[in-house]
Design a protein around this ligand. Sequence first.
Ligand SMILES: Nc1ncnc2c1ncn2[C@@H]1O[C@H](COP(=O)(O)OP(=O)(O)OP(=O)(O)O)[C@@H](O)[C@H]1O
Length: 252
Amino acid sequence: MMSTHPVLELEALSLAAKSNETLVHNVSFSLGKGESIGLVGESGSGKSLTLRAILGLLPRGVTQTGGVIKSETSSAMVFQDPRGALDPLCPVVKQLAEVVYYRQQVSRRASRTIALELLERLGLPDALKRSDRYPSQLSGGQCQRIVIAIALACKPGILLCDEPTTALDVTVQRQIIETITSLQKELGFAMVFVTHNLAIAANLCSRLYVMKAGQIVEHGNTLNLLQNPSDPYTQMLIDSVLPLPELERSER
Ligand SMILES: Nc1ncnc2c1ncn2[C@@H]1O[C@H](COP(=O)(O)OP(=O)(O)OP(=O)(O)O)[C@@H](O)[C@H]1O
């Protein structure tokens, strides 16, 4: 249950392509201060477009055809493909410092100091601070930490996460999720988290919204929804998670 005044409200958001094809239809939800909600659903169901609408950055050819987005605070986004989100020709510390400089309106010198502090907070190695490394010289997990640092440099009230761990290997996925969780506790931002991974959604989000073909087909408290799905599509999503095979007991 959302206990605080919402920092974000979507009321009947609809988006369409230039061809008039409806891509997102009548999507409504609200987000409380410091709360995390999850958008789950099949590929192409409109999750990313919904996030982009909140950010005010719809791709070319997509327009808002209905509804209202009310937000009391700023949003920043963490993208699915961290390498693609960074400029390959610019050292990562410089990219981060640049965002600090423009968004926090501090001096150049202070922006670099704040950027280095952010790197430390994100658990990036000291070597990154001493030498200027380019995205291609970092691992996927390190690039995603830089992208998260860039988002946090905007001091957002809402962090929009678009499958931020999908491109990473599973051990790194877990570290990134733990990092996001601890930063959220520390900084108090609210979060809209898009994922295909129900386990991640269940760990991070108090409420889930299940999307199919541009619409929300079911929503509710995460545990209730996963234990008692009412929509067949939600049940199908749950059933599509492969269980671990029972480990054979070794008999002596
Ligand atoms: N620029 C665009 N012009 C026209 N249609 C688009 C555009 N961007 C996305 N779409 C369409 O909108 C629909 C929703 O796309 P969206 O990226 O939001 O899906 P998604 O649920 O995030 O999928 P995934 O999980 O694969 O990222 C899809 O059918 C997609 O093809």
